[in-house]
Write a protein that binds this ligand. Structure first.
Ligand code: NAD
Ligand code: GLY
Length: 349
């Protein structure tokens, strides 16, 4: 079994890869007093029977990441008699992982949980690193904890049943690792985009593993997101603003991040941080992902107002993680007026 260790300051754990993870997860779980798999109604019918435990199925979708759902979950766990020595297994995408991780972190002051991520986003990003949380009316991921899983099990073959749009979103996160840390990865993935849609595991599985490796290094260095981990926000400043301006329904998160990466690369070039040569490579690489790269419909006022509400803002300035070359980024703070000044150039066709 191929494994990788995440050495987070609050706890060390392994991420295991490949089709044998199901047996290994069951083995690990058998040491606990009780085990419950929490999944959603899309994923459970496909994969839950690979685990010999009771299953709780939730509605899929971002709406399930709520405080009301946390209350319902912990009530359910108490009714089932889960004690401090019980284990919950989060089987699903980032919604299930974030929600179950958060509930596990507060139920009986914290019980063990395991992540079995089943989307590309969750396998390369949300399943690793221990950020848990739910949304409230006041913001996305407003309430949460840093709470590392006991183990993570990644079987890339489950991506076979993932809708295409979710692959696109996941590719945004994968290409982001390339821009922030690994130029070779960016070049390879942008060349091999179709391998993800056709799920060619010879290509996709090592890429997923490399992304987990990068994330593990970042989490080990900055578990609580006080410095280095900020680099994972590349593409997210414009990305969140596009999501917000689209009422959170027009773009999926990963799509907005892909578009945000393109806009932020252009901004970096206008600020003389990124060379034209690297901008051209980034644009060409991103554009190989099938997505409509069109910005003329965007309402400048709405996007700027969304940027003003970004939770990463510092002293009234907007924080961008911008590439200075492919594989390396830095934080740049800009006033709203400065962003406005560059806007027309940034969204040019
Ligand atoms: P998701 O969990 O909503 O899953 C997307 C859809 O795919 C759902 O309908 C789900 O039922 C379905 N699905 C999942 N696996 C499947 C499979 N193998 N086959 C068929 N269908 C499948 O979306 P996501 O993109 O995985 O996660 C998004 C969430 O993750 C957001 O809430 C975001 O805030 C969070 N997130 C957290 C972190 C973190 O560090 N904790 C990082 C990135 C994103
Ligand atoms: N997904 C960003 C982080 O884990 O910090």
């Amino acid at each position: 079994m191929d494994r990788l260790v995440v050495k987070a300051p609050s706890g060390t754990y392994t991420v295991s890869f490949g089709p044998a993870i199901w047996r290994e997860a069951a083995q690990l779980a058998s040491a606990y007093s009780q085990v419950l798999v929490v999944s959603d109604t899309n994923v459970a019918p496909l994969y839950a029977e690979r685990l010999p435990f009771q299953v709780l199925e939730l509605w899929p979708g971002e709406e399930s990441k709520s405080l009301e759902m946390v209350a319902a979950l912990v009530d359910d766990w108490a009714r089932r008699g889960l004690d401090r020595f019980s284990l919950v297994i989060a089987l699903g995408g980032g919604v299930i992982g974030d929600l179950v991780g958060f509930a596990a972190s507060i139920y009986r002051r914290g019980i063990d949980y395991v992540q079995i991520p089943t989307t590309l986003v969750a396998q390369v990003d949300s399943g690793i690193g221990g950020k848990t949380g739910v949304n409230t009316a006041w913001g996305k991921n407003l309430v949460g904890t840093f709470y590392q899983p006991r183990a993570v099990f990644v079987d890339p073959s489950v991506l076979e049943t993932l809708p295409e749009r979710e692959i696109t979103g996941g590719l945004g996160e994968v290409l982001k690792y390339g821009v922030v840390q690994d130029g070779k990865l960016f070049a390879q993935v942008s060349r091999d985009i179709s391998a993800f849609y056709q799920l060619d595991l010879e290509v996709a599985a090592p890429v997923i593993r490399r992304c987990v490796e990068i994330k593990a290094e970042i989490v080990a260095a900055d578990e609580r997101d006080l410095g280095l981990r900020h680099i994972l926000n590349h593409g997210h400043t414009f990305g969140h603003a596009l999501e917000r301006a689209g009422g959170f329904s027009f773009y999926h998160h990963g799509e907005a991040v892909l578009l945000g990466m393109l806009l932020e690369a252009r901004l970096a070039h206008l600020l003389r941080l990124l060379s034209r040569e690297d901008l051209v490579k980034i644009e060409a690489g991103l554009r190989r992902v099938p997505l409509e790269y069109r910005f003329s419909h965007l309402d400048k006022g709405e996007v700027l107002s969304a940027l003003q509400q970004d939770k990463k803002n510092k002293q009234g300035r907007i924080s961008f993680i911008l590439p200075r070359q492919i594989g390396s980024v830095e934080e740049v703070l800009l006033s709203l007026e400065e962003v406005e000044e560059y806007w027309d150039e940034v969204i040019r066709a």
